[in-house]
Design a protein around this ligand. Structure first.
Ligand code: SAM
Length: 264
């Protein structure tokens, strides 16, 4: 089970001070200040590991993991200074491990502290329309931990964040896992139904590709006031379709034939 930790929400509303978590400048300034040992804002939590560490979520994830996930490339979108790729490596994932972030300051820092040649760091804006220069259908695991929430502090990014999900969908290997750790739920229809699901479908050009979205509603804040971060485990898989010899033309598929949602 996910441990009950005190967590901060990436939302303007619950903060005393307004922080622009959706802005590249905010993150560059934050990381720059951190590297210089300065404090950008007294009220800040100064965390480098948002929401959960790997050990907090490993129990949930292990039911989805197959041996090949441990031997496939792993991508962390909006890696920041998170330690999750190191933790995966310690838990017998072989990698390679790819961290991307649109803050060049944090990526330079990651490059400086990387342990060995299994780690690769790239400055990349995953919301850009242009397809990222990463190999498609390659990553066994893709992680978004807190990145969606930072971006969606400003709801106007709902249309551009869909590029990020499209890219994730096309970079994911068949039977790969796209793990989103977020305060969002399946009930956030603007995001889940109108943005995430269509983007996943658009990202995969293969007609036979389907998705199962497992939604784990995880925890409450320690003061019991609100829901904490949840875990989405999205499995992309290719499905052979057989048409009965006697059947006429294939009926056009609707979303429910392509995406299955399971809530826990
Ligand atoms: C809330 S922090 C999460 C950091 C890390 N994933 C963790 O769990 O500790 C969000 C990170 O996403 C990065 N980010 C936000 N939007 C991005 C985008 N469009 N492309 C790449 N990185 C992005 C930010 O620079 C920041 O490092």
């Amino acid at each position: 089970m996910v441990r009950n930790r005190k967590l901060k929400r990436l939302e303007h509303s619950s903060q005393k001070v307004q922080r622009n978590y959706d802005q590249q400048n905010y993150w560059n300034n934050r990381y720059e200040a951190k590297l210089k040992g300065k404090i950008v804002d007294e009220d800040d939590d100064h965390t480098d590991e948002w929401y959960f560490s790997y050990s907090d979520v490993s129990d949930v994830l292990k039911s989805y993991l197959k041996q090949f996930h441990r031997q496939s490339p792993i991508l962390d979108i909006g890696c920041g200074l998170s330690n999750i790729l190191n933790e995966l490596s310690k838990d017998h994932f072989i990698g390679p491990f790819v961290g991307i972030d649109y803050s060049s300051i944090v990526i330079n820092q990651c490059k400086k502290i990387k342990k060995n040649s299994k780690y690769h760091y790239l400055t990349l804006d995953m919301m850009q329309k242009q397809k990222p220069s990463l190999p498609f259908n390659t990553f066994g695991i893709i992680i978004d931990k807190g990145t969606t929430d930072g971006i969606l502090c400003n709801k106007s990014h709902l249309s551009t964040i869909s590029n990020m999900y499209k890219h994730a969908s096309s970079l994911l290997l068949s039977n790969g896992l796209f793990i989103i750790i977020t305060i969002k739920t399946v009930d956030d229809k603007d995001w889940f139904e109108d943005c995430l699901i269509p983007a996943l479908m658009q990202g995969s050009e293969n007609q036979q590709t389907k998705f199962i979205i497992h939604f784990h509603r995880c925890m409450q804040y320690t003061d019991g006031s609100e829901n904490g971060p949840n875990i989405f485990v999205i499995v992309k898989y290719d499905c052979k379709s057989y048409s009965l010899r006697s059947s006429a033309n294939r009926v056009k598929q609707d979303v429910s034939q392509i995406v299955t949602v399971k809530c826990y």
